[in-house]
Design a protein. Structure first.
Length: 232
């Protein structure tokens, strides 16, 4: 039976790399995105891909995503919550609107997606992988909102892993480390490379392949996998 995964933020960066990895291995992939329509449409060249646009911070939009997904695919085996934003600035300069936006996408969005996913995953179980950040563990100057949201993802995921274990739904967290994506500016990228004990940064495809292997694991849940080679 062909398996199905929903990937949020799948039009770019890690989400896109994950979509390609799963599609190349014969999965049906639900591609969620907000604004990057042309980039998302490029993935339709792969058999099994389907677009499910919508802002995951909106409960109504997520409900629509899952109505369409259920009509198209019928069921769900895995979810990768890769969508995320960052509005870096010192806390004293952060507006309430900026704070709320980061929390609503990075944390409330994960809640919205997971809540609906639990309702349509196969009776045999499934796997949810939430993307967090090393910043959630270490903190970073100018990233109070982002750090809070990503730390929340870790705590949320550990609690959900306990709740979902009885129906064989695994929940894990991946800290992918800095990657050369549109979300990271070049100055920060250079600093991350210097801080990395191997002197390099991760490639989205490498992290995507790890995620694919983790989804295939049947006995791992409630864990946080740090793929960042910075030692703090």
């Amino acid at each position: 039976m062909q398996r199905t995964v929903l990937i949020t933020g799948a039009s770019r960066g890690l989400g896109r790399a994950a979509a390609v990895v799963f599609l190349e291995r014969g999965w049906r992939v639900g591609i969620n995105y907000v604004n990057s329509h042309s980039a998302a449409r490029e993935l339709l060249s792969y058999p099994g891909s389907e677009l499910f646009p919508g802002d995951i911070s909106s409960r109504e939009a997520v409900n629509e995503i899952f109505r369409n997904l259920k009509n198209k695919f019928g069921c769900l085996d895995a979810v990768i919550n890769s969508a995320g934003i960052s509005k870096d600035r010192l806390l004293v300069n952060t507006t309430p609107e900026e704070w709320n936006r980061v929390i609503s996408v990075n944390l409330t969005g994960v809640f919205n997606i997971c809540r609906q996913a639990l309702r349509i995953m196969r009776p045999a179980g499934g796997h949810i992988i939430n993307i967090s950040s090393l910043a959630a563990v270490t903190g970073r100057r100018g990233q109070c909102a982002y750090t809070a949201s990503k730390a929340g993802v870790i705590g949320f995921s550990r609690s959900l892993a306990r709740e979902a274990a009885g129906v064989n739904i695994r929940v894990n967290v991946v800290l992918p480390g800095y990657m050369d994506t549109a979300m990271v500016n070049k100055v920060i990228l250079a600093r991350a490379r210097r801080e990395n004990i191997l002197g390099r940064i991760n490639e989205p495809g490498e992290i995507a392949r790890f995620i694919y292997q983790l989804v295939s694991a049947s006995s791992i849940s409630g864990q946080v996998f740090n793929l960042d080679s910075r030692i703090t």
